[in-house]
Ligand binder design. Structure first.
Ligand code: NAP
Ligand code: MG
Length: 489
């Protein structure tokens, strides 16, 4: 299964095409957004940096216990006095307004996201921000139709009620998109929220706070508190919240489940994954190669549902890998603000260290490591697109989430073996199936224990489609009609 062909010598060269950052106005420091205004925090502050340059972007307040308490109280007041009393059609107007402002300010949001997170501008511009706006539009549409949302209610005399105040904690891989997944359904259902963005990517959430002001959203309906894990812990443990919505690592998710056990807080957990992307011998190979690349190199592989395990049928493995290596040789790694960049910066030094460690372990355990030749920038955090061949199910790179641009390749001979290997994981968030036969797609999809199964595509997101996991990938669904259930009694 080795391919000794050199990468194409003369890969098409692109001239630099940097997106201007003059559209964003990053302030030297940011406070907390509580009760509709920016206030100073009582805790220390921390710095957020650009992972592609290590430049300090801003000083951000760290919310301590008193700040968390103030935010929860502001959310409660807004819930009791205003938001829970508004008819759905009035809540919808605010959500539509927010959605339109997001569209109007989309370039600013995309540039800021790419600077703070390190992701390529073409992804923040063409994927993240449009789906953020779509989420607000979609849930705005539900706000006055909640009685029709639950199949059992079918609209007859039922009046689903909100839960109250939601404490929401999100990770750094899709900062604004995860915010939208959390805030849009919560508000549509009549809840108010306190949201904590990740420590390394607070800036778009703070810009979203300004958008709430611009939309005249009643004060306290959305509160944004920045900080690290301790702030998240204080939020989860606060007795004044009715619901915890968390997206992040399985370890922190388990800790949160322990904290809320025995309380009457509702919980949804969206955790890690180790998805299998299965390619059968009848698959259209060029199309599959594109899907494999999207599956694992999109967003530097910082994707919970990334197709990080490629399961390829043995008879086509050599051919597929040769095509895949050729395609990987054309991926452009570098400046996130360059419009031609495919792979941006790794989000943090910490995450880079983890990717390096697991990749080194992969090599030490005997897998074959390959990356195309690529020059990495001097400053910032970078990792080349990498694939490992001769991976076995026992290897740590086949079992653990690397959360980086690293693909583990395994082979199989029969469909049954493919399903067995795909399901041999403690996770169960997503999977991909590549084959020409519709009947095979349906049969295999039914046997895969994964919340989302993509067929002849990968990493496609839509607000109308529910998303969530099995087993250690968490519980509850976000998106679609199902996403409303998590915010209604
Ligand atoms: P993480 O360390 O679990 O952090 C997630 C969020 O929780 C961050 O805001 C973090 O704050 C906060 N946090 C940390 N410790 C906490 C605690 N004890 N109590 C409450 N909150 C706490 O995860 P991450 O490394 O940022 O994100 C990567 C993980 O998220 C991956 O495992 C990935 O698979 C998963 N993920 C899942 C989905 C999904 O939908 N299933 C989507 C995206 C990502 P700080 O960042 O400030 O430390
Ligand atoms: Mg940052």
């Amino acid at each position: 299964m080795t391919d000794n062909r050199k990468p194409p010598a003369d890969v098409f060269r692109y001239a630099p095409a940097p997106e201007s950052r003059s559209i964003v106005d990053i302030k030297p420091s940011y406070g907390l957004f509580i009760g509709g205004e920016f206030v100073d925090g009582h805790g220390k502050s921390f710095k957020t940096i650009s992972p592609s340059t290590e430049e300090v972007l801003a000083e951000v307040a760290e919310a301590d216990d008193a700040d968390v308490d103030a935010a929860v109280k502001a959310a409660r007041r807004a819930y009791d006095r205003v938001w829970s009393k508004l008819p759905g059609r009035e809540r919808a107007k605010y959500l539509y307004r927010i959605a339109r402002i997001i569209q109007e300010r989309s370039r600013e949001l995309a540039v800021l996201e790419s600077i703070d997170n390190g992701k390529p501008i073409k992804e923040s511009r063409d994927v993240d921000i449009p789906i953020v706006a779509a989420h607000f539009f979609y849930y705005a549409g539900w706000a006055d139709k909640l009685a029709y949302a639950m199949p059992q209610s079918a609209g007859r005399g039922t009046d689903p009620q909100p839960l109250g105040v939601a404490g929401q904690i999100i990770p750094w891989n899709f900062p604004l998109l995860m915010l939208a997944w959390k805030i849009a359904p919560a508000l549509a259902c009549g809840n108010t929220v306190v949201l904590k963005p990740a420590e390394t990517t607070p800036l778009t959430a703070l810009l979203f706070a300004e958008i709430c002001q611009q939309a005249d959203l009643p004060p306290g309906v959305v509160n944004i508190i920045t900080g690290a894990g301790g702030t998240g812990q204080a939020l989860v443990g606060h007795p004044g919240i009715d619901k915890v919505a968390f997206t992040g690592s399985t370890d922190v998710g388990k800790a949160i489940a322990r904290t809320v056990a025995g309380t009457d807080k509702k919980v949804t957990l969206e955790l890690g994954g180790k998805a299998a992307n299965i390619v059968f011998d009848d698959a259209p190979l060029d199309q599959a190669v594109e899907g494999i690349v999207t599956g694992i190199f999109f967003n530097q592989g910082h994707v919970c549902c990334a197709g990080s395990r490629l399961l390829v049928q043995e008879s086509i493995a050599d051919e597929l890998l040769a095509k895949l290596k050729r395609r990987m040789s054309t991926l452009r790694v570098g400046d996130p603000l360059d419009k031609n960049t495919d792979i941006g910066a790794i989000n943090s030094a910490e995450q880079l260290a983890r990717i390096r460690e697991l990749s080194d372990i992969g090599e030490a355990e005997g897998a074959g490591r390959w990356s195309p030749e690529c020059e990495l920038p001097q400053h910032g955090f970078w990792f080349p697109p990498t694939l490992f061949t001769d991976v076995t199910q026992a290897h740590r790179i086949a079992r653990e989430e690397i959360f980086g641009p690293v693909l583990s390749v395994l082979t199989f001979r029969t469909p049954a073996e493919a399903v067995e290997k795909a399901n041999n994981t403690p996770y169960g968030l997503s999977a991909g199936v590549w084959t020409e036969k519709g009947s095979r797609i349906l049969k295999i999809a039914n046997q895969l224990r994964a919340g989302v199964v993509w067929a002849n595509t990968f990493n496609k997101f839509d607000p109308t489609s529910p998303f969530g996991g099995y087993q250690e990938s968490g519980y509850g669904r976000e998106g679609g009609r199902h996403g409303l259930e998590a915010y209604l009694k």
